[in-house]
Design a protein around this ligand. Structure first.
Ligand code: NAD
Length: 262
């Protein structure tokens, strides 16, 4: 019975940034649990690939191109999902990312860009989808944060601020949407994705040092995040307004190379 509660048969999940990395990991786990996945991202070829992987494994998915920086795209993503499937049960606000930059070199434009990419996007998609979920009387929204959402880390100030706001968006939105819609957040540590690989490629030995500084001594996988997200969508899940740290046990940053004092 307990495992049955993890089944998502008949449910429809919108996942942003589903073309690779964490978003693809969540999409494949949810599809295995029986959900129909609306895989969204900017790059069509990548979401087509995710859809093909899901279909090859016997799951159901469609690709819908959308840039989370554009409200019109997010509105169209919700409208297309409703036209095709008539319901939205789950929204995963996953698309986002980081640009490393020391504080004194961050332009106003870049600061605002990070906020919009990581936080305003989650606000806008949640606002577009929530009326349909409220009408159905149920739903689950999952936001994706980072250790940077609650730790201060040199070289990523605008990302720290944006992900901190993502966590507050989660708490405040959960209060507004309870009891019908649950809103939770996964705060990730280092997860093996193309974005993390780019960071590893910047300096030799980075991965080894980062893993040595991580209590569980390894990076996580996109599937690990899919499993945590699945619990948050499970039948009768008693969590809302919560931030779950899926990060290998971090109490401090595990980034091995830090910027010098100003
Ligand atoms: N990988 C990690 O170690 C890590 C750690 C903490 C938090 N996170 C968070 O997890 C999320 C996913 O990260 P990832 O490592 O999988 O990244 P990734 O770069 O590997 O994949 C990101 C996905 O999002 C899509 N995307 C990016 N910008 C978009 C936009 N404007 N509109 C629509 N789609 C867009 C990309 O096309 C891609 O499909 C991000 O929010 C990131 O901040 C990742």
């Amino acid at each position: 019975m307990a495992l049955e509660r993890l089944r998502l048969d008949g449910q429809v999940a919108i996942i942003t940034g589903a073309g690779r990395g964490v978003g693809r990991g969540i999409a494949t786990v949810f599809a295995e649990a029986g959900a129909t996945i609306v895989c969204s991202a900017r790059t069509r070829t990548e979401i087509d690939e995710t859809v093909a992987m899901i279909e090859a494994a016997g799951g159901k998915a469609v690709a819908v191109t959308a840039d989370v920086m554009k409200k019109a795209d997010l509105d169209a993503l919700v409208a297309t999902t409703m036209e095709r499937f008539g319901r939205i049960d789950i929204v995963v606000n996953n698309a986002g990312g980081i640009v490393y930059r020391p504080f004194l070199e961050i332009s106003e434009e870049e600061f605002r860009f990070h906020f919009d990419w990581n936080t305003t996007s989650s606000f806008l998609l949640s606002q577009a989808a929530a009326p349909h979920m409220l009408k159905a009387g149920r739903g689950s929204i999952i936001n994706i944060s980072s250790g940077a959402g609650h730790l201060g880390i040199r070289g990523m100030l605008s990302y720290c601020v944006a992900k901190g706001a993502t966590e507050q968006l989660t708490r405040a939105l959960a209060q507004e949407l309870a009891p019908k819609i649950r809103v939770n957040c996964l705060a990730l540590g280092a997860i093996m994705t193309p974005a993390l690989q780019q960071t590893f490629d910047m300096q030799e030995g980075y991965r080894d040092k980062l893993e040595a500084l991580t209590p569980l001594k390894t990076v996580g996988t996109p599937e690990d995040i899919g499993m945590a997200a699945l619990y948050l969508c499970s039948e009768g899940c008693y969590a809302t307004s919560a931030i779950y740290h899926i990060d290998g046990g971090l109490q401090d940053t595990n980034l091995p190379f830090r910027l010098p004092d100003l």
